[in-house]
Design a protein around this ligand. Structure first.
Ligand code: HEM
Length: 265
């Protein structure tokens, strides 16, 4: 058998575009040593957000195809990345408030408030505050991309579809009868998941969705504390009330029925 001749391939810097990547950190304020951290932190977050969207989309598509087992690996990765994102906040907290004040004003109105990928994660997961579609915080192209995301099935839609294909009564819709039917089906799932392999996998995925929901909730809470220690009660660079606004987001849940089922068991 003739051996295939290998071509030269690539190298680390070319494959990963390292020169481009390392050229993207451009502090605005000379002599503010913490600005490099601030930029690298946000860029690292956006890269992980990109992977989260990738894996959440894979999980969603597996569920839509009725393959609960196919969602397990991407959701496990999502969970590990989110643990990393939480730990990353501790790196940001090594910056003291005076260090932040040295470079904060010139970067306004830039803020995580304008992170399109964060909003896409919320939309894909199933809970986006609709005001983001109309407010001028995002640009018109970004709002268009968000609208396209909202037109896609959410993770929750996909989970319900997968549960239906496994024989559970999980109707769509906001009507109270549909809600009651879903809750009853979830009670059945949570009480009988040990009985067979399909229910067991579906239950595992439901708990992984709760992991995702809880991780983002913990991130919201911890990020609010980070903001409080950096800026006190100042307004945010994005123009919101600051910490007061962030507090209103802490109880957002992507999958409220997966929390509700606990009380009904
Ligand atoms: C010095 C550090 C930080 C401070 C003081 C801070 C502060 C704030 C404040 C006050 C808001 C509310 C919107 C506004 O008016 O700006 C906000 C929103 C946000 N920030 Fe940060 N932040 C910091 C670091 C980060 C980092 C490292 C990330 C990572 C991507 C991040 C992501 C976000 C996101 C996604 C929102 C929108 C939250 C929502 O609307 O639910 N922030 N931040």
């Amino acid at each position: 058998v003739a051996r295939r001749t290998t071509t030269a391939g690539t190298d680390y810097a070319s494959y990963l575009l390292i020169d481009d990547l390392l050229d993207l950190q451009r502090p605005l304020t000379p002599g503010a040593p913490d600005e490099m951290l601030f930029i690298v932190m946000h860029q690292a977050y956006e890269l992980w957000f990109k992977l989260l969207l990738w894996e959440l989309t894979r999980a969603r598509d597996e569920l839509l195809g009725g393959r609960a087992h196919g969602a397990v690996a991407p959701l496990a990765r999502v969970h590990r990345v989110e643990e990393l994102l939480l730990a990353q906040l501790g790196v940001m907290e090594t910056m003291s408030p005076d260090g932040f004040m040295q470079f904060r004003d010139p970067l306004a109105p830039a803020s995580g408030f304008q992170s399109l990928q964060f909003r896409e994660i919320e939309a894909l997961s199933g809970r986006l505050d609709p005001t983001h579609l109309t407010s001028a915080v995002l640009g018109s192209e970004q709002r268009e991309r968000l609208r396209a995301r909202l037109a896609e099935p959410t993770l929750w839609n996909a989970f319900c579809a997968c549960a239906r294909s496994a024989g559970l009564d999980m109707p769509e819709g906001d009507a109270s009868a549909a809600h009651a039917a879903r809750l009853q089906a979830l009670v059945t799932l949570y009480r009988t998941h040990g009985a067979d392999a399909t229910l067991s996998t579906l239950h595992h995925v439901a708990e992984q969705l709760v992991d995702h929901d809880e991780a983002i909730g913990r991130w919201r809470f911890h990020h609010g504390l980070l903001a409080a220690r950096e800026i006190g009660t100042r307004h945010g660079t994005g123009g919101s009330m600051g910490v007061g606004y962030l507090r209103t987001t802490v109880d957002t849940r992507f999958f409220p029925e997966l929390w509700e089922v606990r009380t009904a068991l």
